[in-house]
Design a protein around this ligand. Structure first.
Ligand SMILES: CC(C)(COP(=O)(O)OP(=O)(O)OC[C@H]1O[C@@H](n2cnc3c(N)ncnc32)[C@H](O)[C@@H]1OP(=O)(O)O)[C@@H](O)C(=O)NCCC(=O)NCCS
Length: 170
């Protein structure tokens, strides 16, 4: 299927989006999107965004979630932790991100990840965010995030982090 990158729109999940037809190939993510995403939005657990494109504006090509989180500075590399207090610092969590498999490897994952980071940065104008974190579901997902500049936390945990570009105080 062709993907016109310029026509992609990323917007909040809507009630009439076709969630059942979305298949990324990772069952836990497909199930989450089918069965839990709208509930998470309703309960304030996650904001869910979808990527769509005309001529099928209700067909979901990809989705991602954003939530507030915290990170313990001890889990961050010393050159990052050095600038931070010792108590847990505020973070934005990209909890899930997936592309429908018929649109895989055409740049949509990149576009959505850049958009998620931009949204986190925009939110940080109002509520401070020290780092952005992601939980890759497997090694391929980990490689995807590492290619984007995410880095490992200390220890064996799978969570990765990125320090967003700093805003300058007025
Ligand atoms: C991981 C995923 C989101 C990537 O989306 P995508 O649209 O296919 O990725 P892109 O086309 O934007 O790829 C961007 C870059 O990421 C890296 N990348 C993407 N998929 C990769 C994979 N399976 N293995 C290794 N690197 C990968 C590559 O560097 C790629 O650039 P290239 O194509 O020029 O080599 C998508 O494959 C997916 O939804 N997978 C199933 C769900 C999942 O694993 N989600 C991860 C978060 S939990």
């Amino acid at each position: 299927m062709t993907l016109d990158r310029g026509s992609i729109v990323i917007r909040p999940l809507a009630g009439d989006d076709n969630r059942a037809s979305f298949v990324c190939g990772k069952e836990p993510l497909d199930r989450y999107f089918r069965e839990q995403a709208t509930q998470d939005v309703r309960r304030g657990i996650a904001s869910v965004f979808v990527a769509v494109a005309p001529p099928e504006p209700a067909r979901v090509l990809g989705f991602f979630t954003l939530s507030a989180a915290t990170v313990a500075p001890i889990d961050l590399p010393s050159e990052v932790a050095r600038r931070l207090p010792r108590h847990p610092v505020p973070a934005a969590l990209i909890g899930r991100l997936a592309v429908d498999r018929s649109f895989a490897r055409r740049g949509l994952g990149d576009i959505m990840l850049a958009d998620a980071i931009a949204k986190a940065r925009m939110a940080s104008e109002t509520i401070a965010i020290a780092v952005i974190v992601v939980d890759p579901i497997d090694e391929a997902a980990r490689d995807f995030y590492l290619a984007f500049g995410f880095r490992s936390l200390n220890g064996p945990q799978r969570r990765l982090f990125l320090v967003p570009p700093r805003r300058q105080p007025a």
